[in-house]
Write a protein that binds this ligand. Structure first.
Ligand SMILES: O=C(O)CCC(=O)C(=O)O
Ligand SMILES: [Fe+2]
Length: 349
C-alpha cells in the first residue's frame, strides 16, 4: 500500500452531508424547512453522520476551549502535574494500538457541577477561568445535542411525546493526537456504542467514515461546524432507521508539530437505561429489529469485542467490530412479518 492510500479515503466518493441547522427552524419558509428535514432524515438513514453548520454555539466558546486544551490542559507540564498523578481521571495514553493518542474524559459533562468536580481534581488550588471555559463549552454542546435529537426525531416522523431523553447523560472526551512527522497514527476503527456523538474537530483532518457501499470517506473539516455521528443505541432506539456509522482516525504527523484535537461529546442512555425501539417506529412494515437491552450491558459487550479485536489485529487499523456488533448482541430473528410474534436471539456466551 502506498503512503497516499494509507491515509487517504477511497477516491471519487460523495462526501458527508452538511445540514444547515437554521433551515430546520425557519418558520417563514415552509418549503425549505421541509426540504431540510428530508435531507436530515436521509443523512441519518444513509450515512449515520453529518456536519452541522449554523449550530448556534458562539465561535469564541469553541475557540477558548480549543486554546485551553492545547495551551493549558495538554501542555507537557500540565499532563505531568495535573493529569498523570490523578488516577480518578479517565485518562487514556500509550495504548499499544494507538501510541500517539491521548484522551481525557469528563463523565457527566451535561452537569456543570460535574465539570466543577473535574476542574477541582485537576486544579485543587482552583482555576475558575478554565472551569468556566469548559462549562460554557459543555453547556452549549449539551443544548445543541438535545436539539439535534429533536430534529432527527421530527425528521423520522416521531412525535415529541413518544420518546424520552430525560435520563440521558453526556461524556466529553478530549482527544489529542500527537503524531511525529513521518509517522502515521489515529484511532482504531469502531462504532460509537451509545446514541449520538456531537464533535468539534480542528482543521487538521484525519477522520474517516465508512459509507453504505463500504468505502472509506475522508471527512474534510468544515469550518465552524460540528460533526454528528450516530451510534448503536440510536439505531436500536430508532428500530434500525438510523445508521450506526463505522469510523476511524488516520493521519500522518505534521511537520509543523501541530497536534490534531477533537472533542467528541457522547450523549445517550445512562448505563441502567433500557434501549428499546420507539413504538411509533415499529409497525407491520417495520418489525421490531432488536430485543430491549440496557446501555450498560451493551457497553460491556462492545468493550469486550473491542479488546478481542485489538488483540487479533495489531495497530490502529484494527477493526473493533462495526455495525454487526449490535446485530450479534440484540438482533431478532424475525419469524414473521408481525413484530409482536418476533423471536429474540440472545448473544452467544
Ligand atoms: O478523534 C476523532 O476525531 C474521532 C473520535 C472518535 O471517533 C471517538 O472518540 O469515538
Ligand atoms: Fe467514535
Amino acid at each position: 500500500m502506498s503512503s497516499a492510500t494509507i491515509t487517504g479515503g477511497d477516491k471519487c466518493v460523495k462526501s458527508v452531508p452538511v445540514i444547515d441547522f437554521c433551515l430546520l427552524n425557519d418558520r417563514d419558509d415552509h418549503n425549505s424547512t421541509e426540504k431540510a428535514y428530508i435531507k436530515l432524515r436521509k443523512a441519518c438513514e444513509e450515512w449515520g453522520c453529518f456536519h452541522v453548520v449554523n449550530h448556534g454555539i458562539k465561535e469564541d466558546i469553541i475557540h477558548d476551549m480549543d486554546s485551553a486544551v492545547r495551551d493549558v490542559l495538554f501542555s507537557k507540564e500540565s499532563v505531568q502535574k495535573n493529569i498523570l498523578p490523578k488516577k480518578e481521571l479517565s485518562y487514556i495514553t500509550s495504548m499499544p494500538a494507538m501510541p500517539y493518542y491521548k484522551g481525557l474524559g469528563i463523565l457527566g459533562a451535561d452537569d456543570p457541577g460535574e465539570v466543577q468536580k473535574f476542574s477541582d481534581l485537576l486544579w485543587p488550588e482552583g482555576n475558575p477561568q478554565m472551569c468556566k471555559v469548559i462549562q460554557s463549552y459543555t453547556s452549549g454542546v449539551t443544548e445543541l445535542t438535545k436539539n439535534i435529537i429533536k430534529a432527527i426525531m421530527r425528521s423520522l416522523g416521531v412525535s415529541s411525546y413518544n420518546y424520552r431523553t430525560s435520563g440521558f447523560r453526556g461524556i466529553l472526551r478530549i482527544n489529542y493526537y500527537d503524531i511525529p512527522a513521518n509517522e502515521i497514527g489515529g484511532m482504531i476503527t469502531h462504532v460509537d456504542y451509545n446514541c449520538i456523538t456531537v464533535m468539534y474537530e480542528d482543521d487538521m483532518g484525519g477522520l474517516q467514515v465508512k459509507n453504505k457501499e463500504g468505502m472509506w470517506v475522508d471527512v474534510k473539516p468544515v469550518p465552524n461546524s460540528f460533526i454528528v455521528i450516530l451510534g448503536d443505541c440510536f439505531k436500536a432506539w430508532s428500530n434500525g432507521r438510523t445508521r450506526n456509522v463505522t469510523h476511524r482516525v488516520i493521519r500522518e504527523g505534521s511537520d509543523s508539530g501541530k497536534c490534531r484535537m477533537a472533542l467528541p461529546y457522547f450523549y445517550g442512555f445512562p448505563l441502567e437505561g433500557v434501549v428499546d425501539a420507539i413504538p411509533e417506529l415499529v409497525d407491520d412494515g417495520h418489525p421490531r429489529l432488536y430485543k430491549p437491552f440496557t446501555a450498560g450491558e451493551y457497553r460491556e459487550f462492545a468493550m469486550e469485542w473491542k479488546k478481542i479485536n485489538i488483540q487479533k489485529k495489531e495497530g490502529f487499523r484494527a477493526e473493533t467490530g462495526g455495525e454487526e456488533n449490535l446485530d450479534m448482541f440484540a438482533g431478532i430473528l424475525v419469524s414473521s412479518i408481525n413484530s409482536t410474534s418476533a423471536q429474540f436471539v440472545y448473544p452467544k456466551g
